[in-house]
Design a protein around this ligand. Structure first.
Ligand SMILES: C[S@@+](CC[C@H](N)C(=O)[O-])C[C@H]1O[C@@H](n2cnc3c(N)ncnc32)[C@H](O)[C@@H]1O
Length: 180
């Protein structure tokens, strides 16, 4: 799993506020819903989730970013967990995921969130565009886990939507309960 150090190890590609707003809008989060922002960074998505009335669990391992999140959202319904995503214990009560995690972690993360018995209700996750297509096709670890869900490639997220831009384009992977 990624450790402290370079930008690359941390997958530091935050969304611009404009694109973060679109991702949250598309997700259709309702007030009071529990939403996991996995790899919350400095809160680009968190901010819009709070505005939508969500109760946010923001997971961020980078100590400085986790501290900044606590300060920024001190007065909001945001719980910041400074833990490795690999060690995160998923809630037992119904939850959603709206997140832009490091691309390198997409597959194991989705495999866990979509596993049998998960209390997940819906997920809107920014992933590499090619990875989104593979998952929808049922390929790989995450794709196999996704076969029991309604999964589609949602909004395109061009590399220009990130600062700094990654080397590949992305898309929102939309996951809902039920089969395709
Ligand atoms: C692509 S950035 C996205 C930040 C923010 N969600 C946004 O959209 O602007 C991914 C974030 O995941 C964090 N991260 C990387 N590895 C992690 C890990 N193993 N556990 C928790 N967070 C991690 C990084 O520090 C970074 O803030």
């Amino acid at each position: 799993m990624a450790g402290p150090g370079t930008r690359r190890e941390w997958g530091w590609h935050p969304l611009t506020t404009e694109h973060a707003a679109r991702v949250v809008d598309d997700a259709g989060v309702r007030p009071g819903q529990l939403v996991l922002d996995l790899g919350a960074g400095d809160g680009a998505l968190t901010r819009h989730l709070v505005a939508a009335g969500a109760r946010v669990l923001a997971v961020e391992l980078h100590p400085r970013r986790a501290r900044a999140l606590r300060e920024r959202f001190a007065d909001a319904d945001v719980t910041v967990l400074e833990v490795d995503l690999a060690d995160l214990r998923l809630p037992r009560r119904p939850f959603r995921v709206v997140a832009n995690p490091p691309f390198a972690l997409t597959s194991p993360l989705l495999a866990r969130v979509l596993a049998r018995g998960s209390a997940l209700v819906a997920a809107d996750v920014v992933v590499q565009r090619q990875a989104a297509r593979r998952i929808v096709a049922g390929e790989g670890t995450a794709g196999r886990a996704a076969r029991r869900w309604a999964v589609e490639v949602g909004r395109a997220v061009p590399r220009s939507a990130f600062r700094p831009p990654p080397r590949v384009d992305a898309a929102v992977l939309r996951v809902r309960r039920g089969r395709r």
